[in-house]
Design a protein around this ligand. Structure first.
Ligand code: 2P0
Length: 326
């Protein structure tokens, strides 16, 4: 029996990944930059054995259907190929999320699966190789191999597309991210479908691509100088531009709900009142507020005036992927 267990933390992009140059290999159109967080993580155990006659996937203790298992199997095929193995596997994953608000992420999930499967088949991968492997499962997962800030270098091939840590000399540890969990009944467009539609049809997509390199260099400079305002401004700008592209897609769509707008307006208002904080959003209506730890309580208090305490989740910089004892 060959087993491996790993824990990976989710990450939120400050400079967003939005669009693929290659669907099969998950090569992105642009570099992205993220902060790994401590509040949400996935633990996954993978056991390969001669005794199994098929792959099985358990999520939070429940055996998953054929469709969910198929995705896992396709990823395991990549690992089996690397290890020259034909063994089937049992995969048991657990998402650790503070509330049941649908915040489970593919980034932590696929990073933990990559780490556990590679460990189980003794692949002895470097962080860069593990990042490349995780990328094949889900693009954003390649950034969850590292703690703190990470940059995904888009590259132009399977070999050259991977994330790297961005050292920040403690700056990442000075930050908080407050999740405003917004409930809406809208049917989700997955990020995979949303980004593809945008690349193929949005009149604004080229504008997005044209400005990412400048935003990225602003973000890296801000990290180097520990300049919170500069990092916050470019974070918010990157999210707004990404979401702008969806409005010009065919057919047009948006991830924003009225509640998302309410949270974004409040963040702008707090800033006008002299409280430094900035928002970002991903492929859903939740709003994430970037703030320094020194102002976390004040911002949380203000948010709590308009949202229930259950809707607010505080996260801080999280660690790199961990291989756990079996
Ligand atoms: C990001 N997102 O940079 C962007 C911003 C959502 C909005 O990466 O198709 O699950 O598996 O590569 O990584 C979410 O998309 O997509 C994402 P796939 P993924 O975090």
């Amino acid at each position: 029996m060959h087993s491996g267990k790993a824990r990976a933390y989710t990450n939120i992009a400050l400079i967003k990944y939005w669009g693929k140059a290659d669907q099969a290999f998950i090569l992105p159109m642009n570099n992205s930059l993220s902060l790994t967080l401590d509040a949400f993580y996935t633990e996954t155990e993978v056991v390969f054995s001669e005794d199994y006659t098929e792959d099985r996937f358990y999520l939070d203790g429940h055996l998953q259907d054929a469709k969910a298992t198929e995705k896992i199997s396709m990823f395991l095929d990549l690992v089996r190929q690397k290890a020259d193995s034909k063994l089937f596997a049992k995969v048991a994953s657990r998402n650790f999320v503070p509330t049941a608000a649908g915040l489970a992420s593919s980034a932590s999930g696929l990073a933990a699966l990559a780490g556990a499967a590679a460990e189980a088949l003794d692949l002895s991968l470097t962080p860069q190789e593990l990042s490349r492997l995780a990328r094949r499962g889900s693009g954003s997962a390649c950034r969850s191999i590292y703690g703190g800030f990470a940059e995904w270098q888009k590259g132009d091939s399977d070999e050259t597309s991977y994330a790297e840590a961005i050292p920040s000399e403690g700056f990442a540890e000075e930050l908080s991210m407050i999740f405003v969990v917004v409930n809406d009944q809208q049917k989700d467009i997955s990020s995979r479908d949303g980004m593809q539609r945008t690349v193929e049809t949005s009149a604004f997509y080229q504008g997005w691509l044209d400005t990412v390199p400048t935003d990225l260099s602003k973000a890296k400079k801000a990290i180097q100088k520990k300049d919170f305002q500069a990092l916050g401004e470019v974070t918010e700008a990157s999210a707004l531009k990404m979401h702008g592209t969806t409005l010009a897609a065919q057919p047009p769509f948006t991830y924003w709900s009225a509640e998302s707008m309410k949270a974004m307006s409040l963040v702008r208002q707090l800033r006008q009142e002299g409280l430094p904080c900035y928002f970002t959003m991903d492929a859903g209506p939740n709003v994430k507020v970037l703030v320094q730890k020194t102002h976390e309580k004040q911002v949380l208090q203000k948010l709590a005036e308009q949202f229930s305490r259950e809707q607010l989740i505080v996260a801080h910089a999280g660690p790199a992927i961990q291989i756990l004892p079996k």
